[in-house]
Design a protein around this ligand. Structure first.
Ligand code: MBD
Ligand code: FE
Length: 286
């Protein structure tokens, strides 16, 4: 493969994210009452009209906007745009009732059905995978404190260069993606590598908006997780690392203090690495 083919391009990761999302929608149907559709669509349209009026949008700017909106779809970046700038609000609304963990946004790069690894295992990675070893361990419990044996912990994260398998070229299919089943005491121990801070693609429509607005494209380094157990609400979460320069200005607004890890230097099967404990608490289904 040439260097060119190995280059990660926004249009490729966007097309993959769009196709993956579309697949989750196959056969999905939802009847939203017309009054509710009308109320939300009217208010959203009025909000845009109000911005145009307030800033006296010129015809030239209107055409730039039109052009840009068309390119968001062409670059496959609606999943990226929505997950970066809207999902955190939706997540907030829909987890506020929980007494257990509320978690954080899913983002555009989740893939279901990752290889099942058991309760204590090393995630799939390449030989010599870059980055410090990280041992991530903990327990899954219900809000009453009882351990949830058999719970499923799905973990996915970027590599040390900030790339996600199945969304950047040249990576093994399940690199740094795994599904773990906790033991009878609800415990798990997963060996992986530290993820790096992550810059959302800069060469697509979202990147052009970021550059034109003078923003930055960074998310702090993070682990993505989904934790599920029988009779409990599924938790979607991200976990972060202290000292990351972007914990305070995450472009996706998805950092919360309770999601901060506290890794310590430690021994991971004879090699020096980081070890961190983090427990998950799931709400019983109402
Ligand atoms: C990511 O890796 C991510 O987690 C989010 C929320 C948005 C874009 C890229
Ligand atoms: Fe991510």
């Amino acid at each position: 493969m040439s260097n060119d083919q190995l280059e990660a391009r926004a249009a490729d990761s966007g097309a993959n994210a769009t196709a993956a999302f579309r697949k989750t929608r196959e056969g999905a149907a939802l009847d939203v009452p017309p009054e509710r559709v009308s109320a939300m669509a009217t208010e959203a349209i009025e909000a845009i009209q109000e911005v145009a009026r307030r800033h006296r949008l010129t015809y030239d700017e209107y055409r730039v906007l039109k052009d840009w909106l068309i390119s968001v779809g062409e670059d496959g970046e609606w999943p990226l745009f929505l997950d970066v700038w809207l999902e955190h609000v939706i997540e907030d609304i829909n987890t506020s009732h929980r007494t257990g963990d509320k978690g954080s946004i899913e983002g555009p790069y989740y893939v279901p059905n990752a290889p099942e690894m058991g309760s204590h295992a090393k995630i799939d990675m390449r030989d010599g995978e870059k980055g410090d070893t990280l041992r991530f361990q903990g327990q899954v419990r219900s809000t009453d404190g009882s351990p949830l044996g058999g719970a499923k912990v799905e973990l996915w994260h970027a590599d040390a260069d900030g790339f996600y398998s199945q969304y950047a070229p040249g990576l093994p299919e399940w690199n740094l993606r795994g599904s773990f089943t906790v033991d009878d005491e609800g415990r798990f121990q997963i060996d992986t590598v530290l993820p790096a801070p992550y810059q959302i693609p800069t060469d697509g429509a979202c990147g052009r908006l970021i550059a034109a607005a003078g923003w930055h494209a960074w998310r702090p380094a993070h682990l993505h997780l989904k934790v599920g157990a029988q009779g409990h609400e599924q938790l979607t979460a991200q976990l972060y690392f202290p000292g990351d320069p972007h914990n305070e200005d995450d472009i996706a607004s998805a950092v919360k203090p309770e999601l901060m890890l506290d890794p310590k230097d430690g021994d991971v099967d004879g090699t020096a690495g980081k070890v961190v404990d983090y427990d998950f608490v799931l709400d019983p289904l109402a």
